[in-house]
Design a protein around this ligand. Sequence first.
Ligand code: NDP
Ligand code: MG
Length: 331
Amino acid sequence: MVKIFYDKDANSEVLKSKTIAVIGYGSQGAGQAQNLHDSGLDVIVGVRKGGESWTQAKNDGLTVMTMADAAKKGDLIQMLVPDEIQGAIYTSEIAPNLSKGKTLCFSHGFNIHYNQIVPPKDVNVIMVAPKGPGFLVRRTYTEGIGVPALLAIYQDATGNARDIGMAYAKGIGATRAGVLETTFKEETETDLFGEQVDLCGGVTCLMKASFETLVAAGYKPEIAYFETFHEMKLIVDLIHEGGLSKMWYYVSNTAEYGGLTVGPKIINEQSKQAMKEALRRIQNGEFAKEFVLESKANRPVLNALERMENEHQVEKVGKELRAMMPWLKKD
Ligand code: NDP
Ligand code: MG
């Protein structure tokens, strides 16, 4: 069983007289910066002038400056701009202001693991990655619970990089929920695998394919939507709360028998082979290279796929049906 670390395992003293520069104030940046601030730590926010984040962070009562100024003042620099622009921002704003003994921190290992950012040897390189979106990092903190996080140490220049990481995790409230130790390699590769194969890619394609199958067979799109999209949340919530056994317990016996016998015919050996191939492309860097080049080329494929996804029939049907259900939360 993997060891989990809590509040008592973290020593906030290592960050007491230090300044934390949070670079970026989006999903993670806003959540983490506000939590650190409310934990009594010295936080500054580095964002571009004239952007939405500048106004937002100011309105939230935080000290705001340019990324370069924040990197210069910060002892710990937390990189929370989108992964595909971190390399360029590191080169122009952060690297010139990094000096010996500072700590460079991430919430995802992509740029370090795939060498998009190569920090000097005399700085700490760590990761504190909350396992939840920024709004949840913030909301759970205000509720006194916190979101679990992963901690990884890539480079320990000062000899206390791990203590710094644990203190940071405590500052964002993660040690209340629990912190698990990992490596940049493991976090990056499993994160990419999860979002491609299972969470974002796998589940949406499963839902669309079953919706399309019903509609092509002549069933009403509205009925197909309820069955293949709407009910997904009910099932996932049960698994989230009590594992597979709770879900199988709550669904009908018919659903349990049909699900257990037919499911493996849908996600089968062929699907597993495709998963292995996706993992291979993550491990050998092919996916990373493709994504970095896609971003450099101004996202031609991503923009086209986004547009096609928005134009899918299920989006139109879903929108109409969701309007009938005003109780659905808009988070
Ligand atoms: P966001 O997309 O929410 O970041 C938005 C921030 O980046 C804003 O402050 C925005 O400023 C700034 N920004 C965007 N583009 C530029 C640009 N071209 N130049 C300068 N600033 C720019 O990022 P996330 O919070 O989603 O992700 C941050 C990190 O956290 C990533 O490493 C990600 O992998 C990781 N992570 C994210 C999770 C999530 O739930 N989103 C979960 C766990 C980890 P402006 O307002 O000026 O545009
Ligand atoms: Mg993830």
